[in-house]
Design a protein around this ligand. Sequence first.
Ligand SMILES: *Cc1c(COP(=O)(O)O)cnc(C)c1O
Length: 496
Amino acid sequence: MSPNTFTGNRALVIEEPLIFEQGEPQRSGVDLPQAPEIADRLGGLERQGAIGLPGLAEPECVRHYTRLSQKNFGIDTGFYPLGSCTMKHNPRLNEKAARLPGFAGVHPLQPASTVQGALEAISLLGRWLMDLTGMPAIAMSPAAGAHGELCGLMAIRAAHEDRGDARQIVLVPESAHGTNPATATLCGYQVVSIPANEKGRVDLAALKAKLDNKVAALMLTNPNTCGLFESEILEIAAAVKAAGAYFYCDGANFNAIVGRVKVADLGIDAMHINLHKTFSTPHGGGGPGAGPVVLSERLKAYAPVPFVRAGENGLELVEHCLGDGEKSFGRMKGFHGQFGVMIRSLAYILSMGGNGLWQASSDAVLNANYLLARLSAELTPSFPEGPCMHEALFDDRFLKDTGVTTLDFAKAMIDEGFHPMTMYFPLVVHGALLMEPTETESKQTLDQYVETLLSLARKAKAGGAADDFKAAPRMTPRRRLDETRAARSPVLRWKP
Ligand SMILES: *Cc1c(COP(=O)(O)O)cnc(C)c1O
């Protein structure tokens, strides 16, 4: 239902046509002199028709992009409780550091002697990450969590192949993030799924039954996507190792344990760290992020290039495999990776300090448990026994027989000014509602969120409210979209 205004605008929220539908081709933001007559050197290949660029004056163009930017909802706008995403505040100090001319203005092809400070920054961040995980090696170049997974699995594959032991299977728990099976498949492995037990953890017996000499690796998320610490992780690591396989840990949920657990003590061989989650750099909309991967002694030799090391004339960037005996699996990213993201993370880490990082993970877990405890009054927690880690998981049993679904509930939250939590993930519970407040949020914000959710839950349970929920959201510029069609047949190209 569009609003009843002449323009279609809602107060000062303006209907925004595509840039191609605005202006006209002849209009321009700049005045260029007539091009001089020059001899055609394109041999008849020059464009005949109009170039088809939109024509707008500068203020129209500025307004278009400014208005588009205001349609974005982000952590700077409000509480963003998406589970599994660690949407935390990015302190502006990080931005200031990343904008320092010595960092922002360097070119990746500059000689190493002119960028010693930048190399030192990469190497210092790497040392912090190795220290926080207790791991002996790190690959800094992967550009995201999923890219880090690929890096880890490529190192694992290289290690197996080096021993002449080409294994085919990667084990992935049911509750895993979709990138885990996708990465294993991309890497040429067959994915075998491991069920969860009734406590939301990996079923150890089922895992052991599937571990044999065809298994290359286990990919396990810890804390897992149910927000729970894998309490049998030491037994899991031992079983994986005994089968001659490697233990890959998805470290996207590192925010729950930074400064409290050294993952090296858990028997892990490789783990990616999402700098854009745990270490506060911005994310969303597809990047840029960074996913450095820490590696164990067993995998160290296979790490990708480039890496920074101390040479005779200061720090140097090793760009190529070194030849004899060198086992690096190669390169997976242009230049060094997302340097600007690394600077933001380093600024965050240095400004927090070791104690500050410890405090942040403690507060993140406290906040999640606050949500779990208070919301359990009306919502149904999936694993009520015991505390959770950094995120709280509920399922849709509290909506049973109300005619309201998890989706309807989430849409109603939008009208109340809350971005919905992660829905229908993880798949191990029905109609999941997964929320992760992070340490960023104050008790005041959490209380307002809790009161809102409790009142929506009470309204649903009181009965007769299903139609009302199905009509939400009412106050957004667009209401319910055909999400299936949007995903299956997206219109990616504007045609006049
Ligand atoms: C976010 C996330 C990933 C993927 O990380 P990207 O940086 O988005 O590629 C993988 N696993 C888990 C559990 C995650 O939450």
